[in-house]
Design a protein around this ligand. Structure first.
Ligand SMILES: Cc1cc2nc3c(=O)[nH]c(=O)nc-3n(C[C@H](O)[C@H](O)[C@H](O)COP(=O)(O)OP(=O)(O)OC[C@H]3O[C@@H](n4cnc5c(N)ncnc54)[C@H](O)[C@@H]3O)c2cc1C
Length: 268
């Protein structure tokens, strides 16, 4: 039976070197180039692989962010998703992961009301805020099972999925009832590049925008008003001290000096 899959994708700065605005003490993202969070590419790819094995399956990408985040949804469609929904508007702005996950869960519920969603996929974490908790929180809001760090979806049908979850010292094999929220890791697959057909579909796709009101959220439940954690100040890491150059007359002497320097610093 065909499945109905949602993939949550976030638009993040393409660089890890995001400057901090000294005036506000918050990350200054104006003027930076944005792209799909790299870990979310694996979630999209996994959804597309499931669709290829289960014809008739549909994939909807969902992103919460400013109007410009429509671009990340077009990127998801160019990679094989069928549709995209943008969650945006003043009331959704400035949230923390509590209110962001609440809005994503409300969107999944709204999509489920049209056609039951079997699986919501997430990346491991984001390259910017990097909390790695949104997938688990969405599961909690929905009352669904949530499994994170999944490196393989061994099998899936409309009722259940067999998942391999990466642990520090091994792998857990789990059977989970659907619907479920699943966070993926980069070991799960090798994302493909967007196809020409996908790019054409992405160009033509109509991307609806859902506001907090469309999601049935009260103003106090969304965005900054619904947040439980406020970032008071961010600071850039201190500059790294200059390194030490180690060189000898021959490669053997260089290696000898390097070993001596590592022993001196108690590194070996
Ligand atoms: C200006 C600014 C102010 C902020 N202020 C605060 C604050 O005061 N307190 C606070 O706690 N946080 C704050 N944040 C962080 C922001 O709310 C986070 O983006 C949000 O909490 C998501 O967490 P994360 O990026 O760590 O997601 P993670 O938990 O690392 O993401 C896991 C997965 O969830 C999905 N996902 C995450 N975010 C989205 C999204 N937006 N759309 C679609 N899918 C998504 C993706 O699949 C992702 O791979 C601020 C961010 C900005 C830019």
């Amino acid at each position: 039976m065909p499945l109905n899959i949602v993939v949550c994708v976030k638009n993040v700065p393409s660089t890890l070197a995001v400057p901090v605005d000294p005036a506000t003490g918050l990350p200054k993202t104006a003027g930076l180039v944005f792209a799909m969070n790299p870990f979310d590419e694996y979630a999209v790819e996994e959804a597309v692989r499931i669709k290829e094995k289960t014809p008739g399956t549909t994939i909807t990408a969902v992103a919460l962010g400013p109007e410009s985040d429509g671009a990340v949804l077009r990127e998801a469609i160019s990679r094989g998703c069928d549709a995209g929904v943008l969650l945006s508007g003043a009331e959704l702005q400035g949230g923390d992961n509590f209110s962001v996950s609440r809005a994503l869960a409300a969107a999944i519920q709204k999509l489920s009301a049209e056609k039951p969603v079997h699986l919501a996929l997430f990346g491991k974490s984001t390259n910017d805020d990097n909390s790695g908790v949104v997938g688990g929180q969405v599961a909690a809001w929905l009352g669904w099972p949530g499994v994170l760090f999944v490196k393989k979806i061994e099998s899936i049908d409309e009722n259940s999925a067999v998942l391999c979850r990466m642990m520090e010292d091994g792998v857990d094999k789990l059977k989970v009832k659907l619907p479920a929220a699943v966070g993926t890791v980069k070991e799960i697959n090798e994302p493909r590049v967007p196809s020409l057909k996908g790019k054409m579909a992405a160009k033509k796709a109509a991307i609806p925008t859902w506001t907090a009101a469309d999601l049935g959220l009260k103003p106090e439940e969304a965005g900054a008003a619904g947040a439980r954690v406020k970032v008071a100040r961010s600071s850039a890491p201190p500059p790294r001290p200059a390194g030490t150059r180690i060189a000898g007359a021959t490669p053997a002497q260089t290696a000898e000096k390097l070993v001596a320097a590592l022993i001196e610093r108690k590194l070996i």
